[in-house]
Write a protein that binds this ligand. Structure first.
Ligand code: FNR
Length: 386
């Protein structure tokens, strides 16, 4: 019954906002500068219209999707999100468990507060997302750590050479490292549920949260100034490093944050097995195009690579549009974090169920029975957008 108010993914945000301290809600919900790219993500889905086919006998339909030899129960997964552990107690495990129960992948973030080895004990898909400095020795050590933990898919996020300009974080008083302040204290005290069930529970169980996955060893606590040094020189990362990872990493290698067809070709030539077309949820370069706009040209040059996409996907119809435009799979970020903040693991399970139900219903309404049957013929650019 506590899930009854949530009818679609968008419904979780208001509940999360009530539960979370302003600083943390602002960090999750926010984007860079003017939010042009963030808003363009949502607008890009509205700029395509579906072309339903009728009388197609859609009685036997399934949204199951095979990606890299694994069959998932839905064509979407949970995008990597840093600091998920501040949404709810052991948020990283909550997301991983909910995804595993639902038969979809969740990508563990480099800036999560739970060791990647611990998340791996949840079973399910084993996808790790790394932020790497342009330093060979540190890259090799990180690749080795991820492999030793049993992961099979390594996602390198490439659109964060420098931290983005997110002014709303400055305004609310959120920073990395977290700066203890009276404002933060007051905000915590005015959200007693979060303070007790998330922050205190975490502290009692694990102590001060650390960045656990930025390097081959445990990183610094989230309150420490050493965080900045631990991140290292990401602005020196180059295609040469992707090649280095390719030589050392035996599993699947995915490049995340690609928006140009030329870069997709480079990724392919440097040995990537896939790309995630993404503008990082509008959180990095403000003004960067939405993933959906970049998708068709990238799908065309991808060759054997799998093409995935994220950013602004909120409805089953959005998922179908992305798949029809050439994506093999999609990822969804913020709504699952809000669901975790609002109702914990049950909330995330419910959010996954809602999105899957929308996809299955829309497949019937569109006249398709299998995900692979979606083609360019199922979408048209809206006349006003063309
Ligand atoms: C992110 N994202 C992200 N991406 C990444 O590669 N590593 C990370 O650690 C993070 N951290 C992160 C934190 C938070 C709070 C958010 C909202 C996002 C980006 C994420 O993987 C994804 O690209 C976008 O969130 C997708 O957009 P939507 O679905 O949130 O609109």
């Amino acid at each position: 019954r506590h899930l009854a108010p949530f009818l679609c993914l968008a419904d979780f945000e208001a509940a999360a906002r009530r539960r979370l301290p302003r600083q943390i809600y602002g960090y999750y919900a926010g984007a860079a500068e003017t939010c042009q790219s963030f808003q363009a993500n949502a607008a890009s889905f509205r700029s395509y219209e579906l072309v339903p086919r009728v009388l197609a006998d859609v009685s036997a339909r399934s949204a199951r999707t095979t990606l890299f030899g694994t069959t998932y129960d839905a064509p979407f997964g949970i995008a990597p999100m840093g600091l998920s552990g501040l949404a709810t107690f052991e948020g990283e495990l909550v997301l991983a468990r909910a995804a595993t129960q639902a038969g979809i992948p969740a990508i563990v973030s480099a800036t999560s507060l739970m060791p990647l080895e611990r998340v791996a004990t949840q079973g399910g898909a084993r996808w790790f997302q790394a932020y790497l400095p342009g330093e060979d020795a540190r890259i090799e050590a990180m690749v080795d750590r991820v492999e030793a933990a049993g992961y099979d898919t390594f996602v390198l996020t490439a659109d964060v050479p420098v931290p983005a300009n997110r002014e709303n974080n400055v305004r609310t008083g959120f920073s990395i490292p977290l700066q203890p302040s009276l404002r933060l204290l007051w905000d915590g005290l005015s959200r007693p549920h979060w303070l007790g069930a998330t922050w205190l529970a975490t502290f009692l169980r694990h102590g001060v949260p650390h960045f656990e996955n930025m390097d081959a060893f445990r990183g610094p606590p989230i309150l420490s100034r050493h965080v900045v040094r631990a991140i290292g020189a990401r602005d020196q990362l180059s295609w040469r490093h992707l090649e280095l990872i390719r030589r050392r990493w035996p599993g699947r290698l995915i490049l995340k944050g690609v928006l140009s067809a030329e870069d997709a070709v480079q990724a392919r030539e440097h040995g990537a097995d896939g790309v995630i077309v993404s503008n990082h949820g509008g959180r990095q370069l403000d003004g960067a195009r939405p993933a959906l706009a970049a998708l068709p040209a990238i799908a065309e040059v991808a060759g054997p690579m799998r093409v995935m996409v994220d950013g602004g996907i909120r409805r089953g119809s959005d998922v179908l549009k992305a798949l029809a435009l050439g994506a093999h799979f999609v990822f969804v970020g913020r709504p699952f974090l809000f669901a975790a903040a609002a109702r914990g693991q049950d909330g995330v399970r419910h959010a996954i169920r809602l999105l899957l139900a929308e996809i299955e219903r829309d497949m019937a309404l569109l006249g398709v029975t299998r995900i692979e049957a979606l083609t360019r013929a199922h979408v048209e650019r809206a006349p006003w957008a063309a």
